[in-house]
Design a protein around this ligand. Structure first.
Ligand SMILES: Nc1ncnc2c1ncn2[C@@H]1O[C@H](COP(=O)(O)OP(=O)(O)OP(=O)(O)O)[C@@H](O)[C@H]1O
Ligand SMILES: [Mg+2]
Length: 353
């Protein structure tokens, strides 16, 4: 997958700017506050349909303007698509190949972008929901079935919680809902277990490579289900029923899962240094991009990933760039042979040859 053209109008600090990225490494270089991350965010909007630092639309629109526009041409396999994304006070408009798209999911399934930003440095320290959402996005990119399963599960969970909050609990409805939730949890559990296995293998190998040394590391994952059967899921939900009724919320399920990275016996999220956490976050966030088959290689963004790495780790990460598909690196300065380079200053972009 490649981004061939990108044009932004009144997006963040840009009045109007356009680039034609190269197929490999693209550099967004410039001083602090010039607009490097903003441009990278525009690239990521092409997959998520929203900003990466906020779910709100207003901050994406240039201060004082009414609308922001992101226009792009992307290549997916053999096909090229035009994307037009408009953010305005009244919401978001999305056109794919000139046709209005009803669901943001259409964009998500068309364009794949994986990003690492400074906020992700504490991936293993953050709340479990951050890691679950990473799992959900990464697995959804590979499996449409999973994508709809997690949405169904979230809906069923909301409905079950609503039943638990009712003045007088409808026990029969609660049984039916629990049954449906259990049935939905089973395939989610299956997908997650398979993915976690690949994530562990890929993430640890990558981390060793970036570090330039092997360490004894493993992912500690506590799945909701051990056997992975509907009977087991039902039994677990039933066991938690009294407590659920008391707390008026579903206390067990795949919505509670989490994983941790344990290095030499210590949870990196609890004991690891800043730099160790940064490197581990980069490694694990890159795994889905490296696992994807050649044809479906996502676009990768590394926003400020290099700034606090020591020389050896930084060189090791550089050595990996050639194995990614198209990627976008933001930095204040960066050398990479053969990269397409865009110099950014105060919302204007100059392409350097
Ligand atoms: N909606 C907006 N309207 C106008 N300016 C904005 C808007 N949103 C962000 N900015 C400005 O964009 C500027 C550039 O931000 P950006 O995060 O892209 O910088 P950067 O080049 O990545 O800097 P750093 O090297 O510090 O990471 C900031 O000064 C910010 O105030
Ligand atoms: Mg930045």
């Amino acid at each position: 997958m490649k981004l061939l053209k990108l044009r932004v109008v009144n997006f963040r600090n840009y009045r109007e700017a356009a680039i034609e990225p190269g197929p490999g490494v693209n550099l967004f270089l410039g001083p602090n506050g010039s607009g490097k991350s903003n441009l990278a965010e525009a690239v990521s909007c092409l997959s998520l349909g929203r900003g990466w630092r906020t779910r709100e639309i207003a901050p994406l629109i240039r201060d004082g303007e009414k609308e922001a526009l992101i226009e792009a041409k992307v290549e997916v396999g053999e096909l090229r698509h035009d994307i037009e994304l408009v953010f305005s006070k009244s919401g978001r408009r999305l056109l794919i190949d000139g046709h209005p798209a009803k669901r943001l999911a259409d964009l998500f399934s068309l364009v794949s972008v994986f990003s690492y930003a400074p906020e992700d440095a504490s991936f293993f320290k953050d709340a479990p929901s951050v890691r679950r959402s990473f799992l959900d996005i990464a697995i959804s990119k590979r499996s449409e079935e999973y994508f709809s399963l997690v949405r169904t599960y979230a809906k069923l969970l909301d409905e079950r919680n609503a039943l638990l909050r009712a003045e007088r609990v409808d026990e029969l409805a609660l049984d039916v809902m629990t049954e449906r939730l259990a049935a939905c949890a089973v395939p989610i559990d299956e997908h997650r277990k398979a993915f976690i296995e690949e994530l562990e293998k890929g993430g640890i190998a990558l981390l060793d490579r970036l570090r330039g040394a092997e360490k004894n590391a493993k992912l500690r994952y506590r799945p909701f289900l051990k056997e992975g059967t509907k009977d087991e899921a039902l039994a677990l939900f039933r066991r938690s029923r009294a407590s659920d009724l008391e707390h008026r919320s579903t206390g067990v399920g795949v919505q509670r899962e989490d994983f941790a990275l344990v290095v030499d016996g210590l949870d990196i999220g609890v004991y690891g240094s800043q730099g160790e956490n940064r490197l581990a976050s980069i490694a694990f966030k890159l795994v889905p991009a490296l696992l994807a088959e050649e044809r479906r290689r996502p676009i990768v963004i590394l926003d400020d990933a290099y700034s606090e790495l020591d020389e050896r780790r930084s060189d090791n990460l550089k050595g990996l760039l050639g194995e990614l598909g198209q990627c976008f690196i933001t930095a204040t300065s960066f050398q990479y042979e053969g990269a397409s380079r865009f110099d950014i200053s105060d919302g204007t972009i100059v392409r350097e040859e």
